[in-house]
Design a binder for this molecule. Structure first.
Ligand code: 21W
Length: 205
């Protein structure tokens, strides 16, 4: 899957080069391309925002700069997602649906917001990750990438995808490993019996 990320803070995405997602990127199962929106400013001071028409606090990102950043990666068949607090809240069904796409373009919002005209022009879908206020769309974009990546073939084994999925979440159970006694608490007896070990995935031979 190709994932282009339009952001003012590309360094935040360094976090993706870790663990399972880092390995998936290394194995070319996911290709992440970071685009710094600021690189498309035509201003000598690299300015990307301006005061809002009609007044109000803060600044608004200019539509032309976002449009040029978008145009540098847009291809036929890509789906453009705007991460924004006003979007539909992400859930496991949406995650599964997005994992079938071949090319996602993620536009990260920012506290100040983006001129509505460019959003109307380029955005296919608006997604939030929950009803609380963050400072930008970067962490939500990473949440989306992490959750979607699990469904991409080869990223994690198939049993884990089914076992850990939200729909089966109620089947979760407490887990134990060594040491057998920790802070005076023993591993439950039933899990230590031979029969139980034979039935466990971990020790199956
Ligand atoms: C916070 C952006 C507040 C915009 C007038 C009109 C992306 C997010 C975000 C942010 C505002 C997500 C304004 C859950 C989130 C995100 C930053 C409001 C000011 N004034 N999911 N608009 N929570 N948050 N804009 O915060 O970009 S997905």
């Amino acid at each position: 899957m190709q994932i282009d990320i339009l952001t003012l803070f590309p360094e935040m995405f360094d976090a993706l080069n870790q663990s399972i997602i880092g390995r998936a990127i290394g194995n070319n199962l996911i290709n992440i391309n970071l685009i710094n929106i600021r690189d498309f400013s035509k201003d000598k001071h690299k300015k990307v925002d301006d005061t809002p028409y009609g007044g109000g606090a803060g600044m608004v990102i200019r539509p032309d700069v976002v449009y040029d950043a978008f145009s540098s990666v847009k291809k036929e068949g890509a789906k453009t997602i705007y991460l924004s607090p006003q979007g539909n809240v992400l859930n496991q069904n949406k995650v599964k649906q997005l994992s079938k796409e071949t090319h996602l373009i993620l536009l990260c919002g920012h506290y100040e917001g983006i001129d509505q005209r460019v959003l109307d022009e380029i955005v296919d879908e608006e997604i939030s990750i929950g009803d609380y206020v963050l400072t930008g769309g970067e962490l939500p974009a990473m949440v989306l990438i992490d959750s979607v990546s699990r469904y991409i073939d080869g990223v994690i084994n198939k049993e884990s995808v089914d076992e850990e999925s939200f729909s089966n979440g109620l089947l979760e159970y407490p887990q134990y490993t060594r040491p057998e006694i920790f802070l005076n608490k023993e591993v439950p007896e039933i899990l230590k019996s031979r029969k139980s070990r034979e039935n466990s995935k971990m020790e199956k031979r």
